[in-house]
Design a protein around this ligand. Sequence first.
Ligand SMILES: *[C@@H]1O[C@H](CO)[C@@H](O)[C@H](O)[C@H]1NC(C)=O
Ligand SMILES: *[C@@H]1O[C@H](CO)[C@@H](O)[C@H](O)[C@H]1NC(C)=O
Length: 305
Amino acid sequence: MGITLFFLNTCFVVLQVSYFATCSCLSDRQKFPSFFRTIPSDAFQVNAMIQILKHFGWTWAGLIISDNDYGVHAARSFHSDLGPAGGGCLAYTEILPRVYNPAELRRIVDVMRKSTALVVIVFASQNHMLNLMKEVVRQNVTGLQWMASEAWVSVFSLQMPHLMPYLSGTLGIAIRRGEIPGLREFLLQIRPDLHHKNTHGNSMVNQFWEHRFQCRFAPPPAGWVETGGELCTGQEAEENAETEFLDVSNLRLEYNVYKAVYALAYALDDMLQCEPGRGPFSNNTCAHLQTLEPWQVRYQLILNS
Ligand SMILES: *[C@@H]1O[C@H](CO)[C@@H](O)[C@H](O)[C@H]1NC(C)=O
Ligand SMILES: *[C@@H]1O[C@H](CO)[C@@H](O)[C@H](O)[C@H]1NC(C)=O
């Protein structure tokens, strides 16, 4: 999905290991020499979608994209890979407006409704998709086979009952699920910091605790106690503590974050294992923790990848 901003010039390498930036544009090693990621490029996603189209014999589809690098590069891949040789054709390519624009959405949904293409591929963020669905519902456009990019396929706000007549049966490409060993145990042993609760009242741990036990540390937000809200004591019972935050059964982006951190940790560890005189740098030298340069970590990441 989105691309995080980063700045780079040739002598100052800013290393980045992204867990969410899928744009195929970022695969250009010349342009982005210090960019790494733990999520596949959209080139793979487009390829997988084309294979799904082929599998079902769907040769005629519409494409809807968001007005940013994410959508534009995906469209470029579709236009180059899905031709007569790829076994299919695009009936239309429409670009969703950057900001909510009912007239433009009306026009786009008109195009979808009048087209003979019953398959609609959407490469867009969840907010763009939610705006599009408002208009789809308004015009009551049913009977389409949607294909979802990873940015919206598993989004909760699109799985609402009122959208089911329109979106049920959607096929999509999801980010791969993974296991993070020890994460649940780690979350369970987290305790709020009662001594610093005033100065660090917004600390992540305290927020986690508040969500876990549905209480608020003092001072509570205005109206909290008045409307029957509980104050946290920090000694809340462990039972009835199951929340979505402890559910580690469906880690997707989180697993990518985990892999990104490990990629950097392994690179640093490997560099520290370097034997003087047998290192990878000039005169077989090693990098040193105190004088570590980003380009040296980059070198190690490439060696490890
Ligand atoms: C929407 O379209 C479906 C299928 O064409 C139809 O059954 C349904 O009555 C329509 N709903 C509204 C509110 O017009
Ligand atoms: C490599 O070692 C040689 C001989 O000790 C030295 O003259 C040279 O400056 C070293 N080069 C670098 C880049 O450290």
